[in-house]
Design a protein around this ligand. Sequence first.
Ligand code: UT7
Length: 340
Amino acid sequence: MTTRSAVITGLGKALPRRKVSNDDLSQWVDTSDEWIRSHTGIENRYLVSGDESCSSLAIEASRAALKNAGIDPEDIGMVVAATSTPDYKSFPSTASLIQEGLGIPAAGAFDLAAACSGFAYGLETARSFINAGSCDHVLVVGAEVLSSIVNWKDRNTCVLFGDGAGAAVVSVSSASVSSTEEERGLQFSRMRSEGSGWDALIVKAGGSRFPLTSESIEKVENPGDLYLAMDGRRVYEFAVRVICETITELMDTAGISKDELDWIVPHQANYRIIQAASKRLGIPLNRFFMNVQHYGNTSAATIPMALHDMSEQNLLKKDQKIITVGFGGGLSYGGNYIVW
Ligand code: UT7
């Protein structure tokens, strides 16, 4: 049987030049290295400066992923950019800027808005394009400049986030698969949303509901409404619950036990969230890949950056069973089941 399965063939990452440690941050925010480490596991993050932008990071990560995949940029049929912090609020899409930066005029391009779950949604989107025969190679990018929307006066949130980009080339694999041999690549996904939690993670002003004009900005009663606001405890409880549900559901569909799962690649928001999920699921913590200590929470970029770092560290091996799981604003969540 010949199938059009979708396989990740290349990974790339890009970080801003400026590295900011917890100690650096405590120079301008009332916080401490001790608090940030003990409550989140984060030690450093990278923040844009100068001419760095969401699209410039995305293009750099994409070039690295294309090189890693060993394909020509012109082979890309579709660019999917998962981001909540595009260069421009409405249009052009950041995906169009990536397309222009890579010089691939024949490709389609669009942004995907699913907050921190964006990359998991993006992989499933790529798989669908490939399965349907619309494209042979899809570029999925998670890129964020969260420093542009965090409230630097709110220590509850600003210490958590960072900027960065990760990219994956998803390609068709027309390998012949015998009935006894397991198919490799992206197998299936679970995409979910809990819209009842829409206000738990929100930037209130600046959209069409509260447009920002020179007049309206004067009338904003709470300056925090201009920035990212989060009910941390609510998001924490949601995160632990949906990580467990998503992993359990994906394992059940795959027909595998906890012991057969090689890696879980979770959205990197907070070390304690992952610890709690590991305990609740009864899956050892060392099977959850974590790099939140180095970059903070880069929203849609965390999962591709994690996959990239795993690849660099030679942790990804053929036939491994891997689950990705994302969660965040929306409240969206979801995950992918991959046989590497
Ligand atoms: O991509 C998804 C995005 N979001 C998340 O994943 C976040 C989910 N939530 C969390 O990770 C946690 O709820 C936080 C890390 C945000 C907060 O941790 P917590 O253990 O729930 O802390 P808390 O909100 O209960 O705050 C405890 C104390 C408070 O002091 P008081 O009122 O008890 O005196 C805060 O004012 O810690 C204080 N605090 C800080 N202190 C020093 C809050 N932020 C800071 C800070 N530095 N940066």
